[in-house]
Design a protein around this ligand. Sequence first.
Ligand SMILES: Nc1nc2c(ncn2[C@@H]2O[C@H](COP(=O)(O)OP(=O)(O)O)[C@@H](O)[C@H]2O)c(=O)[nH]1
Ligand SMILES: [Mg+2]
Length: 299
Amino acid sequence: MTKCKGCGVTLQNIDENGIGYSEKLTNKLCERCFKIIHYNYHDEGKYINNIDICNGINQRDAFNFFMCDIFSLNKSTIELYEKIHDPKIFVLTKADIIPINISYEKLVSRIKNSYNLDNVILCSIKNNVGLDDIRHLINEHKNVLFCGPTSSGKSSLINFLFDYELTTSVYKNTTQEFITLETDGVTLVDAPGFICDVITNKSRLIVPKTMIINKEYELVIGDVVVSFDREVHITLFFPKVIEIITRKKRENLANCLEIKSYQDMTIKNIGFIYFKNECKVYIDNIDDIFIRDSVVGGS
Ligand SMILES: Nc1nc2c(ncn2[C@@H]2O[C@H](COP(=O)(O)OP(=O)(O)O)[C@@H](O)[C@H]2O)c(=O)[nH]1
Ligand SMILES: [Mg+2]
C-alpha cells in the first residue's frame, strides 16, 4: 500500500471522490494534497475524532511535542495535553505573530503558572526561536512525535527541521493520518491535528488594539457579538483579517460571563480580548469562548 507523502493517507485509484484518490498509485501525492499545494484548494478531508488521535499518540510511546499557537491556548486544549502520556513538552508555536511589546519570558512564565506546566518552549520557524531546544530534545530522545490542535504548525516544523515536503496549509485538517518518517537514526511522527474551530490566515502578526467601550455599545468580532456591564478598557489581540466593529447596542445578549482582572477571553481560536479590570461580559453564543489567566498582562 502506497501512502501519500503529503498527508499520510493510503493512495487509491478507484473512487475519484474518495480520500487518497490518485490517478496513478506511483504518484507521490494524493489528488487532494496536489490541489492544496498547487491551487490553494480547500476541503476538510476526513474527520478523525480527538479521542482516536489521543489513543494513536499514546500507543506510539514516543517523546511528544504538543504544539499549540496562542489562539488555541485554552482549557480544552490543555485537557488534551493532559491526556497525552509523558514524556512530553508543551510548545507554543508562531512566536513571530506575538506583538513585540510582549516579553517572551513573561509570556512563558504566565503560561507555566496558569496551566501548571513544568516546561514550555516558545518556537517560531519564521524567526528561528526555540528551534535549538527542539533539536536538542529530538537528538536526545530519537523517537519523537508532533501533536496538537490542527494548524498549529506541526508539519511546517518537521519540513523546516528535516527538509521534508509534508503538506501544510492555512486550512484545518491538512494532515490526515499519522505519518512516520525516518531520518539520521531519528523516528519522527507527524500526528493529525486535534479538531478545533480555526480560521484561516491566523498566522499573521497580531496587532494589539486598545479600546474603551461604553456600555451602550457592543463589539462585533467576525460573527461574535459582545457587550459589557460598564465602560471597559480592553485590548484586542486578533489578526488583521478579522473584521471588528463597534455599534450601538441592539439587544440584550443571552449569556453573561464574569471576568476578573488580568484575564483573557479567547474567542473561537481566532483571537482574544485582554481585560485589565473585572467586568461582566454579555455574549450571544458562549460555545468556543474560554476565559484564561492572561498570557499578555498582569503580574
Ligand atoms: N507565522 C507563523 N506561521 C506558521 C509557523 N509555523 C507554521 N505556520 C503556519 O501555520 C499554518 C498551519 O501550518 P501546518 O504546518 O499545516 O499546521 P499543522 O496542521 O499543525 O500541521 C500554515 O499556514 C503555516 O505556514 C510559524 O512559526 N510562524
Ligand atoms: Mg499537519
